[in-house]
Design a binder for this molecule. Structure first.
Ligand code: AR6
Length: 251
Protein backbone atom coordinates (compact mmCIF):
# COMPACT_ATOMS: atom_id res chain seq x y z
CA UNK A 1 0.00 0.00 0.00
CA UNK A 2 1.22 3.48 -0.82
CA UNK A 3 0.78 5.77 2.17
CA UNK A 4 2.30 8.81 0.44
CA UNK A 5 -0.68 11.17 0.79
CA UNK A 6 -1.58 10.16 4.37
CA UNK A 7 2.05 10.50 5.42
CA UNK A 8 2.33 13.90 3.73
CA UNK A 9 -0.57 15.15 5.84
CA UNK A 10 0.76 13.61 9.05
CA UNK A 11 4.25 14.99 8.46
CA UNK A 12 2.82 18.43 7.66
CA UNK A 13 0.83 18.50 10.92
CA UNK A 14 3.80 17.46 13.07
CA UNK A 15 6.22 19.76 11.25
CA UNK A 16 3.81 22.69 11.70
CA UNK A 17 3.67 21.92 15.45
CA UNK A 18 7.45 22.42 15.48
CA UNK A 19 7.21 25.60 13.43
CA UNK A 20 9.01 23.87 10.56
CA UNK A 21 8.31 22.98 6.98
CA UNK A 22 9.04 19.37 6.02
CA UNK A 23 11.89 18.97 3.51
CA UNK A 24 11.18 17.30 0.15
CA UNK A 25 11.00 13.55 0.86
CA UNK A 26 10.82 10.47 -1.34
CA UNK A 27 8.04 7.96 -0.59
CA UNK A 28 10.72 5.69 0.85
CA UNK A 29 11.86 8.35 3.34
CA UNK A 30 8.40 9.32 4.58
CA UNK A 31 7.72 6.45 7.07
CA UNK A 32 11.03 7.03 8.87
CA UNK A 33 10.60 10.79 8.88
CA UNK A 34 7.11 10.47 10.35
CA UNK A 35 8.28 7.99 12.99
CA UNK A 36 11.15 10.31 13.96
CA UNK A 37 8.76 13.25 14.33
CA UNK A 38 6.57 11.12 16.63
CA UNK A 39 9.63 10.01 18.63
CA UNK A 40 10.64 13.59 19.44
CA UNK A 41 7.10 14.91 19.90
CA UNK A 42 6.42 16.21 23.42
CA UNK A 43 3.29 14.85 25.13
CA UNK A 44 1.02 17.71 24.15
CA UNK A 45 -2.61 17.47 23.04
CA UNK A 46 -3.14 16.49 19.44
CA UNK A 47 -6.06 17.09 17.08
CA UNK A 48 -8.73 14.49 16.31
CA UNK A 49 -7.89 14.87 12.61
CA UNK A 50 -4.29 13.86 13.29
CA UNK A 51 -5.35 10.89 15.42
CA UNK A 52 -7.79 9.63 12.82
CA UNK A 53 -5.15 9.72 10.06
CA UNK A 54 -2.43 8.34 12.32
CA UNK A 55 -4.64 5.43 13.44
CA UNK A 56 -5.59 4.63 9.84
CA UNK A 57 -1.90 4.55 8.89
CA UNK A 58 -0.56 2.68 11.94
CA UNK A 59 -3.31 0.06 11.98
CA UNK A 60 -2.64 -0.65 8.30
CA UNK A 61 1.09 -0.96 9.07
CA UNK A 62 0.29 -3.38 11.91
CA UNK A 63 -1.71 -5.58 9.54
CA UNK A 64 1.14 -5.43 7.01
CA UNK A 65 3.75 -6.57 9.55
CA UNK A 66 1.54 -9.64 10.10
CA UNK A 67 -0.29 -10.21 13.37
CA UNK A 68 0.75 -13.29 15.35
CA UNK A 69 -1.85 -14.76 17.71
CA UNK A 70 -0.17 -15.43 21.06
CA UNK A 71 -2.86 -17.99 21.88
CA UNK A 72 -1.76 -20.18 18.96
CA UNK A 73 1.94 -20.42 19.82
CA UNK A 74 3.41 -23.73 20.92
CA UNK A 75 3.15 -23.91 24.72
CA UNK A 76 4.95 -26.14 27.14
CA UNK A 77 2.57 -25.95 30.07
CA UNK A 78 1.73 -22.26 30.26
CA UNK A 79 4.94 -20.98 28.71
CA UNK A 80 5.87 -20.28 25.09
CA UNK A 81 8.97 -18.82 23.48
CA UNK A 82 8.62 -16.65 20.38
CA UNK A 83 11.24 -14.80 18.41
CA UNK A 84 10.27 -11.64 16.55
CA UNK A 85 9.01 -8.10 16.78
CA UNK A 86 6.78 -7.66 19.85
CA UNK A 87 4.60 -5.19 17.93
CA UNK A 88 3.21 -8.14 15.94
CA UNK A 89 1.83 -10.07 18.90
CA UNK A 90 -1.84 -10.25 19.63
CA UNK A 91 -1.98 -10.94 23.37
CA UNK A 92 -3.84 -9.39 26.29
CA UNK A 93 -0.70 -7.57 27.44
CA UNK A 94 2.79 -6.96 26.12
CA UNK A 95 5.50 -5.71 28.46
CA UNK A 96 7.53 -2.64 27.49
CA UNK A 97 11.02 -2.02 28.93
CA UNK A 98 10.99 1.68 29.83
CA UNK A 99 13.09 4.37 31.44
CA UNK A 100 12.00 6.12 34.63
CA UNK A 101 10.38 9.10 32.86
CA UNK A 102 7.98 6.53 31.35
CA UNK A 103 7.33 8.69 28.30
CA UNK A 104 8.90 6.42 25.70
CA UNK A 105 12.14 6.92 23.82
CA UNK A 106 12.80 10.41 22.42
CA UNK A 107 15.79 9.37 20.26
CA UNK A 108 14.64 9.44 16.63
CA UNK A 109 14.40 5.90 15.16
CA UNK A 110 16.28 4.36 18.08
CA UNK A 111 16.36 0.53 18.07
CA UNK A 112 15.06 -0.03 21.62
CA UNK A 113 11.79 -1.76 22.37
CA UNK A 114 10.35 1.39 23.98
CA UNK A 115 10.77 3.18 20.66
CA UNK A 116 9.32 0.26 18.68
CA UNK A 117 6.24 0.00 20.91
CA UNK A 118 5.42 3.72 21.11
CA UNK A 119 6.06 4.18 17.37
CA UNK A 120 3.75 1.33 16.37
CA UNK A 121 1.04 2.05 18.95
CA UNK A 122 0.70 5.80 18.36
CA UNK A 123 1.25 9.11 20.09
CA UNK A 124 -1.65 8.36 22.47
CA UNK A 125 0.63 6.11 24.54
CA UNK A 126 3.00 8.97 25.44
CA UNK A 127 -0.01 11.18 26.22
CA UNK A 128 -1.49 8.53 28.54
CA UNK A 129 1.85 7.92 30.24
CA UNK A 130 2.33 11.63 30.73
CA UNK A 131 -1.12 11.87 32.29
CA UNK A 132 -0.21 9.12 34.76
CA UNK A 133 3.29 10.36 35.53
CA UNK A 134 2.63 14.09 35.65
CA UNK A 135 6.37 14.83 35.77
CA UNK A 136 7.21 12.24 38.44
CA UNK A 137 9.69 9.40 37.99
CA UNK A 138 8.73 5.74 38.01
CA UNK A 139 10.69 3.52 40.43
CA UNK A 140 12.20 0.28 39.14
CA UNK A 141 10.20 -2.92 39.24
CA UNK A 142 6.64 -1.59 39.12
CA UNK A 143 4.07 -1.54 36.33
CA UNK A 144 1.80 1.03 34.66
CA UNK A 145 -0.86 0.09 32.14
CA UNK A 146 -1.99 1.81 28.95
CA UNK A 147 -4.15 0.61 26.10
CA UNK A 148 -2.41 -0.93 23.08
CA UNK A 149 -3.98 1.52 20.60
CA UNK A 150 -2.71 0.51 17.13
CA UNK A 151 -0.85 -2.55 18.38
CA UNK A 152 -2.63 -5.90 18.13
CA UNK A 153 -2.45 -6.35 21.92
CA UNK A 154 -5.10 -5.01 24.32
CA UNK A 155 -2.74 -3.47 26.85
CA UNK A 156 0.85 -2.33 27.19
CA UNK A 157 2.45 -2.96 30.58
CA UNK A 158 5.19 -0.38 31.14
CA UNK A 159 7.92 -1.41 33.56
CA UNK A 160 11.33 0.06 34.38
CA UNK A 161 14.11 -2.46 34.74
CA UNK A 162 17.44 -1.92 36.51
CA UNK A 163 20.49 -0.41 34.80
CA UNK A 164 23.55 -2.52 35.41
CA UNK A 165 26.84 -0.76 35.82
CA UNK A 166 29.59 -3.37 35.95
CA UNK A 167 28.68 -6.19 38.32
CA UNK A 168 25.03 -7.19 38.94
CA UNK A 169 24.04 -6.19 42.48
CA UNK A 170 21.41 -7.69 44.78
CA UNK A 171 19.33 -4.56 44.24
CA UNK A 172 19.53 -5.08 40.45
CA UNK A 173 18.34 -8.68 40.92
CA UNK A 174 15.48 -7.68 43.21
CA UNK A 175 14.42 -4.89 40.81
CA UNK A 176 14.38 -7.18 37.78
CA UNK A 177 12.47 -9.87 39.65
CA UNK A 178 9.95 -7.23 40.74
CA UNK A 179 9.40 -6.19 37.10
CA UNK A 180 8.23 -9.74 36.34
CA UNK A 181 6.21 -10.13 39.54
CA UNK A 182 4.50 -6.74 39.21
CA UNK A 183 3.44 -7.54 35.64
CA UNK A 184 2.26 -11.06 36.49
CA UNK A 185 0.28 -9.82 39.51
CA UNK A 186 -1.27 -7.02 37.45
CA UNK A 187 -2.27 -9.49 34.71
CA UNK A 188 -3.95 -11.68 37.32
CA UNK A 189 -5.66 -8.70 38.97
CA UNK A 190 -7.02 -7.61 35.57
CA UNK A 191 -8.18 -11.16 34.77
CA UNK A 192 -6.02 -11.38 31.63
CA UNK A 193 -5.40 -14.61 29.75
CA UNK A 194 -1.99 -13.91 28.21
CA UNK A 195 1.09 -11.75 28.73
CA UNK A 196 4.22 -11.30 26.63
CA UNK A 197 7.54 -10.45 28.27
CA UNK A 198 10.44 -8.91 26.39
CA UNK A 199 13.99 -9.36 27.70
CA UNK A 200 13.75 -6.47 30.18
CA UNK A 201 17.00 -4.55 30.90
CA UNK A 202 19.19 -6.69 28.64
CA UNK A 203 19.69 -4.10 25.88
CA UNK A 204 20.57 -0.49 26.64
CA UNK A 205 20.43 -1.19 30.39
CA UNK A 206 23.19 -3.79 30.19
CA UNK A 207 21.89 -6.63 32.40
CA UNK A 208 23.79 -9.79 31.39
CA UNK A 209 21.47 -11.74 29.11
CA UNK A 210 21.92 -15.22 30.56
CA UNK A 211 21.52 -14.07 34.16
CA UNK A 212 18.43 -12.04 33.29
CA UNK A 213 16.94 -15.01 31.44
CA UNK A 214 17.51 -17.41 34.37
CA UNK A 215 15.85 -14.96 36.74
CA UNK A 216 12.93 -14.30 34.36
CA UNK A 217 12.23 -17.99 33.79
CA UNK A 218 12.49 -19.04 37.44
CA UNK A 219 10.34 -16.10 38.59
CA UNK A 220 7.62 -16.85 36.06
CA UNK A 221 7.66 -20.62 36.74
CA UNK A 222 7.47 -20.13 40.52
CA UNK A 223 4.70 -17.58 40.17
CA UNK A 224 2.65 -19.85 37.87
CA UNK A 225 3.03 -22.71 40.35
CA UNK A 226 2.02 -20.77 43.43
CA UNK A 227 -0.24 -17.94 42.22
CA UNK A 228 -2.03 -18.76 39.00
CA UNK A 229 -2.13 -21.65 36.60
CA UNK A 230 -4.32 -20.16 33.90
CA UNK A 231 -2.19 -17.27 32.58
CA UNK A 232 -0.34 -17.94 29.32
CA UNK A 233 3.14 -16.41 29.40
CA UNK A 234 5.19 -15.74 26.27
CA UNK A 235 8.89 -14.98 26.43
CA UNK A 236 9.54 -12.77 23.42
CA UNK A 237 13.13 -12.69 22.17
CA UNK A 238 14.37 -10.53 19.35
CA UNK A 239 17.83 -11.89 18.60
CA UNK A 240 19.14 -15.36 17.75
CA UNK A 241 21.46 -15.10 20.78
CA UNK A 242 18.52 -14.55 23.15
CA UNK A 243 16.57 -17.36 21.49
CA UNK A 244 19.44 -19.77 22.23
CA UNK A 245 19.70 -18.57 25.83
CA UNK A 246 15.96 -19.00 26.47
CA UNK A 247 15.74 -22.36 24.67
CA UNK A 248 18.52 -23.64 26.88
CA UNK A 249 16.99 -22.21 30.07
CA UNK A 250 13.49 -23.51 29.31
CA UNK A 251 14.67 -26.99 28.31
N1 AR6 B 1 10.54 -6.60 19.70
C1 AR6 B 1 10.99 -7.44 20.67
N2 AR6 B 1 12.12 -7.22 21.38
C2 AR6 B 1 12.83 -6.12 21.05
C3 AR6 B 1 12.43 -5.20 20.04
C4 AR6 B 1 11.22 -5.48 19.35
N3 AR6 B 1 10.77 -4.68 18.39
N4 AR6 B 1 13.35 -4.22 19.97
C5 AR6 B 1 14.30 -4.49 20.91
N5 AR6 B 1 13.97 -5.64 21.55
P1 AR6 B 1 16.09 -2.38 25.32
P2 AR6 B 1 16.42 -2.08 28.22
C6 AR6 B 1 14.68 -6.32 22.65
O1 AR6 B 1 17.41 -1.76 25.08
O2 AR6 B 1 17.71 -2.80 28.18
C7 AR6 B 1 15.07 2.34 26.06
O3 AR6 B 1 15.67 3.40 25.37
C8 AR6 B 1 16.16 -6.22 22.71
O4 AR6 B 1 16.76 -7.16 21.84
O5 AR6 B 1 14.98 -1.99 24.43
O6 AR6 B 1 15.43 -2.44 29.30
C9 AR6 B 1 14.24 2.77 27.25
O7 AR6 B 1 13.60 4.03 27.03
C10 AR6 B 1 16.42 -6.57 24.18
O8 AR6 B 1 16.45 -7.97 24.33
O9 AR6 B 1 15.59 -2.13 26.85
C11 AR6 B 1 15.26 2.83 28.33
O10 AR6 B 1 15.98 4.04 28.29
C12 AR6 B 1 15.17 -6.06 24.89
O11 AR6 B 1 14.24 -5.71 23.86
C13 AR6 B 1 16.19 1.69 28.00
O12 AR6 B 1 16.09 1.52 26.58
C14 AR6 B 1 15.37 -4.88 25.81
O13 AR6 B 1 16.30 -3.96 25.24
C15 AR6 B 1 15.79 0.39 28.64
O14 AR6 B 1 16.78 -0.56 28.38
Amino acid sequence: MNYGTVLDKLIDILSAERGEKAPPLTDGQKPGYFRALCNVRPPEPVSDDFLQLQDEYLSARTRERGVVDAGKLKYNGNIALWRGDITRLNADAVVNACNCALLGCFIPLHGCIDNAIHSAAGVQVRLDCNGMMNGSLEPNGRVRVTKGYNLPCRYIFHTVGPQVDGKVTDTNRADLKNCYLSCLNKAKEMGLGSIVFCCISTGVYGYPKDEACALAVSTVKDWLKSCCNSLKVVFNVFTAEDEDIYEHELA
